[in-house]
Design a protein around this ligand. Structure first.
Ligand SMILES: NC(=O)c1ccc[n+]([C@@H]2O[C@H](COP(=O)([O-])OP(=O)(O)OC[C@H]3O[C@@H](n4cnc5c(N)ncnc54)[C@H](OP(=O)(O)O)[C@@H]3O)[C@@H](O)[C@H]2O)c1
Length: 295
């Protein structure tokens, strides 16, 4: 049996890092990132795909600077949409499959039920528009073999994320105000990494899948849980207090969604992937983050 060839973009990102730690046996794996692989170099990224000839491309790299995208939408569009289109074209030429990681920001951010894969999209900011354009580019070139995997509130052992930021500020003894009027589902990047690998094995996964950890919370409640679990892990966080505030107290260039929860796609069950409640997953992930940052 020949081994599957899998190409990963975004090697140093928080999701790419977790994917790179979960490579199944008998996979021929290549992970790329800047500077050798720059999504702005459309010719170069096409050539990189054609050279490696992947059976599956896991595309985790993206312009993720949400606020900066407001003033640089053209540049963000090049990275999130045009580059995705070029990658999808190359994968199609090779007869391969591609997974593109996307976001709840493709939705309006106003709702009361978890977003379904079939719900109408209506991005509320520039980042969301560029990620949606990437989804559309993927499906235009790989209608049968292109998979959009939407996620939210991602945190991993590397990169800038809410959990690592909260822990750092709490360890500095800071008093924190955290928004309580944005609801969503935190997602451990390692769990999503496992899901992407399971997807890479599948020949008949749907065109759009939603993946988050289970349950719905607010950033404030998430911060409280981080504090509680930090204390359980013997961190000195006693000096830090966490209080709720509204989004209006923290205006940002990009509007943020009030409502991010997504329905965990039924298709994951068939791929052997189960949803883990966010708090349980945080308790499992925290020692990994602490080992990385303070071990
Ligand atoms: N973070 C979240 O909460 C969240 C939520 C929903 C969806 N997502 C999606 O999930 C995916 C993974 O997110 P993440 O949190 O792992 O992102 P991340 O930590 O910001 O990593 C992004 C990766 O993309 C790379 N990248 C950026 N611009 C590039 C370019 N021009 N050429 C090549 N590589 C480039 C970065 O490289 P450098 O290190 O060189 O910058 C980095 O390795 C993204 O598609 C994102 O849109 C994220």
């Amino acid at each position: 049996m020949t081994s599957k060839r899998v190409l990963l973009t975004g090697r140093h990102g928080q999701l790419g890092t977790e994917c790179g730690l979960l490579i199944p046996p008998s996979v021929e794996f290549l992970a790329l990132d800047r500077p050798e692989f720059d999504l702005a170099d459309l010719h170069g990224i096409r050539q990189a795909v054609l050279d490696f000839k992947p059976d599956v491309l896991l595309h985790t790299a993206a312009w993720t600077a949400v606020d900066k995208a407001e003033s640089c939408e053209e540049e963000a569009l090049l990275i999130n949409a045009k580059a995705t289109e070029v990658l999808a074209e190359a994968v199609n030429d090779l007869g391969g499959r591609m997974a593109y990681v996307s976001t709840d920001y493709v939705f309006s951010g106003e709702g009361s039920q978890p977003w379904r894969e079939t719900d109408a999209v209506s991005p509320l900011n520039a980042y969301g528009r560029t990620k949606l354009a990437g989804e559309q580019a993927l499906h235009a070139h790989l209608p049968q073999r292109g998979h959009v995997v939407r996620t939210s509130w991602l945190y991993g052992r590397r990169g800038a994320n809410f959990v690592r930021t909260m822990l750092r500020l709490m360890m500095e003894g800071r008093d924190l105000q955290v928004v309580d009027d944005q609801k969503g589902s935190p997602t451990w990047a390692g769990g999503l990494g496992q899901a992407l690998w399971a997807l890479s094995e599948s020949e008949d996964a749907p065109a759009i899948l939603h993946f988050t950890d289970g349950g719905i919370t607010s950033w404030f409640e998430f911060a409280i849980a981080i504090r509680e679990l930090g204390l359980e892990n013997q961190l000195s966080l006693e000096a830090s207090a966490v209080r709720p505030c509204s989004s209006s107290a923290y205006p940002t260039p990009a509007k943020r969604p009030s409502w991010s929860p997504m329905h965990f796609s039924d298709a994951w069950k068939g791929l052997g992937i189960q949803q883990v409640p966010w708090r349980k997953q945080l308790a499992l992930a925290l020692p990994i983050l602490l080992q990385e940052d303070h071990g």
